[in-house]
Design a protein around this ligand. Structure first.
Ligand SMILES: Cc1cc2nc3c(=O)[nH]c(=O)nc-3n(C[C@H](O)[C@H](O)[C@H](O)COP(=O)(O)OP(=O)(O)OC[C@H]3O[C@@H](n4cnc5c(N)ncnc54)[C@H](O)[C@@H]3O)c2cc1C
Ligand code: SF4
Length: 465
């Protein structure tokens, strides 16, 4: 496949590795990217390699989970994981997102600040070839975006002139760089022209000597002796095998990372708990302004209910303005005069929402969104005139979306084993040569999409070793 060299199970278990990484998606690969080059690394991926062409012909299937609720949690097992089907929205978190306890007495503070993470944000943005610009007054940055923002949709061009809280949306959908240009057709989960950053189309960034890939094997558990990890148990069609390693980094997402640690006998009280994601809510607004004709699927974001919001009262809400003609107007000559907006509210993580194991397999318990998230959505709906200061003809409340396709919170960072699962460098408190990567470590839930931040945290963790 031209990426890192594949290895057989026999060859993988006949040696001892410096590092075994579970998973081959964003959390895993940005950790690999940040590691010193002289280390021997085995990437163990549960799924197989499925080319871009094959994914277009047959979309990757979803994992299914036993759960007490209908709410979907979206995970796909293949080389590159959900990077294959993400949309490539890449806002940074606001500095306040890292301090919600101190500033608003909500959720928990992170053990790292925006300023400390900033260089790693910059580095990941370079690798992803992010297109952006025009949000620097809200999100301070040390370097310009690698590529300019996409041309705004006609409505974004108008809204961005009404105040400085409508900004161009940064994205990993190409507007220059090594990938073909985004052509704004808006089916980004399987981008037909491969314009969106994926692990597959950027794998040259992760290739190096000493790195090998074992496909179609699932990391089930970590074996420890005297408080130190010695090896991982992997399951393939050939049964369970043991692979020895000096360090284990889990990049299998917030559901599977928690399951692996639970199966391995880790006992931190927060482990598996605080499963959460943002609450999304769609609305359509008819107004006498034209929409569409922008350079990518989402060209603008509104920070009206996010930047400087009073989050002690209610959830912060980020607005996305879609340039995808999902539901256009029927009136003659007015079909473009409709906005489709998504309100995305942060969630207050609850210990009762959790990943647990029954008969060694995952069982999810999720009891619905908090009143805090709902209050944020309601406040944004009531005060939309602050964000859309144009004549509005009608607002249609489409309602909640089933999922934002994010999975957060089950291996949260905290100062001690009593308050968290990992420390600031994403090492587990219980076994210091085991790391949990990805958005499971987030101790609070920003309304902003998580992937740029989790990728930056992976580079930070690798450099901290
Ligand atoms: C349709 C969709 C749109 C999205 N859009 C955006 C967006 O615009 N912006 C944004 O920020 N985020 C978006 N996301 C979320 C984003 O995809 C995730 O945040 C990101 O993929 C998480 O990366 P990860 O590496 O932690 O986990 P995943 O991408 O879930 O990857 C986990 C990897 O681990 C493998 N694995 C699982 N279990 C094991 C095991 N036991 N052993 C070995 N390997 C294992 C999987 O096969 C996979 O390769 C979207 C997601 C979806 C589904
Ligand atoms: S808008 Fe179209 S070209 Fe651009 S990333 Fe999405 S699917 Fe690909």
């Amino acid at each position: 496949m031209g990426a890192m060299e594949q290895i057989s199970l026999d060859d993988a278990r006949n040696r001892k590795w410096d590092i075994v990484i579970a998973g081959s998606s964003l959390a895993a690969m940005f950790f690999l990217y940040g590691l010193p080059r002289n280390l021997s690394v085995l990437v163990v991926e549960k799924g197989g390699f499925v080319s871009h062409e094959e994914q277009i012909a047959t979309p990757l299937p979803y994992e299914s989970f036993k759960s007490n609720s209908e709410k979907p949690w979206i995970a796909r097992s293949a080389f590159g994981g959900n990077s294959n089907c993400w949309w490539g929205q890449t806002p940074r978190f606001l500095p306040a997102d890292f301090q919600t306890k101190t500033l608003y007495n909500r959720a928990e503070d992170w053990l790292i600040t925006y300023e400390e993470l900033e260089p790693y944000y910059t580095e990941v943005e370079q690798v992803m070839e992010i297109a952006g610009g025009g949000s620097e007054h809200i999100l301070p940055r040390s370097q310009p975006f690698p590529f300019p923002p996409h041309a705004p949709s006609r409505s974004d061009a108008i809204l961005q002139n009404t105040g400085d809280l409508w900004v161009p949306s940064p994205s990993a959908r190409s507007n220059g760089g090594s990938r073909g240009l985004c052509c704004a057709n808006g089916i980004c989960h399987t981008c037909p022209v491969d314009a969106k950053f994926t692990i597959l189309n950027a794998r040259q960034n992760f290739e190096r000597e000493n790195v090998h890939l074992l496909l179609n094997h699932e990391v089930r558990a970590i074996r420890t002796e005297a408080g130190t990890a010695k090896s991982v148990e992997v399951l393939g069609s050939d049964g369970v095998s043991e692979i020895k390693s000096d360090l284990v980094a889990l990049g299998a997402n917030a559901i599977f990372n928690a399951a692996i640690l639970l199966r391995s006998g880790f006992t931190a009280p927060a482990l598996g708990r605080y499963l959460n994601e943002q609450a999304g809510h769609l609305i359509e607004i008819d107004a006498p302004i034209q929409n569409f004709y922008g350079g990518t699927s989402i060209t603008g974001q509104g920070y009206h209910f996010y930047h400087n919001a009073d989050r002690s009262q209610r959830a912060a809400v980020l607005i996305e303005n879609f340039n995808v003609p999902a539901a256009t107007r029927a009136e003659k000559n007015r079909w473009t005069e409709r906005l489709t907006l998504k309100l995305i509210a942060e969630e207050l993580p609850s210990p009762d929402n959790q990943v647990s194991l029954v008969d060694d397999e995952v069982l999810l318990r999720w009891n619905g969104y908090s009143q805090y998230a709902q209050d944020g959505i309601n406040y944004a709906l009531t005060n939309l005139a602050d964000a859309i200061p144009v004549e509005v003809e009608s607002i249609k409340d489409i309602g909640p979306v089933a999922t934002e396709a994010h999975i957060l919170g089950t291996t949260r960072m905290g100062g001690t084993k009593d308050t968290g699962v990992v420390d600031r460098e994403l090492k587990t408190h219980e076994v210091s040569n085991v790391l949990s990567l990805g958005s499971g470590v987030f101790p609070s839930c920003s309304p902003a999409n998580p992937t740029l931040t989790l990728s930056a945290m992976s580079v930070f963790a690798a450099r901290s070793l």
